[in-house]
Write a protein that binds this ligand. Sequence first.
Ligand SMILES: C[S@@+](CC[C@H](N)C(=O)[O-])C[C@H]1O[C@@H](n2cnc3c(N)ncnc32)[C@H](O)[C@@H]1O
Length: 252
Amino acid sequence: MTDSVRENVRRYYAERGRTSTSCCGPVAPSCCGPAAIPCCGPEALYPADLLAGLPEEALLSLGCGNPFVGVDLRPGETVLDLGSGGGLDCFLAAQRVGPTGRVIGVDMTPEMVERARAVARQLGLSNVEFRLGYLEDLPVEDESVDGVISNCVINLSPDKPRVFREMFRVLRPGGRVSIADMVAKGSLPPSLRENPEAWNACIGGALEMEEYARYLEEAGFTEVEIRTVNTPPLSALPEGTVFSALVTARKR
Ligand SMILES: C[S@@+](CC[C@H](N)C(=O)[O-])C[C@H]1O[C@@H](n2cnc3c(N)ncnc32)[C@H](O)[C@@H]1O
């Protein structure tokens, strides 16, 4: 199951890496699916001043939120981006941690990693690196990062508890987590859960809020919080909705 889900997801995102269209772009359908999402593409997700100065090639966004809202990154820190795709969040993180800091992007899709590496070279960034690997088996040393960010990726993993354990392993004590992700309020029908296209579109694999929080706590995280940003408040969303959430947590 793990391999077949990941292979399907990888094929889908390899194509997205080649065609270079952000969510809601002119060619591909939205990767972020329907409803309750502040859709999409970098201009809809980030303040304009953050994107200013980045070349067109850096602006591939398949995200569903802005993970920087939930974490205050400081100069000199090491940041890990899970499922770094075309690298946009890594380039933005690099601006925050500065030349004395370090940013590591991990992604399992070679087309994405190659694309992100090419843009990093073009930008002349020496503090950013992209590693090919799985979220479930991170190619990152124990207790080596200060912050973990991620944007619309964990819902795609077939083994989320394992991803959370890996996040906990690589974070230093005091490390922070800020994740933009698709999350379900209430249960979803099996027709969505079992549909590979819905999974690739970041809907079918969305965890229910309570499960998300529980898995993070079981991995050892504290101060777990799941909220909406720039969308209707959680109380206004009907049961069975998949929404763009900001998930924050800390390793003591
Ligand atoms: C929806 S895209 C988001 C990319 C990027 N975070 C962004 O905001 O544009 C999901 C990315 O996660 C990667 N991915 C999905 N599942 C993964 C896994 N289990 N391990 C590593 N990478 C994964 C895909 O290859 C793809 O590049």
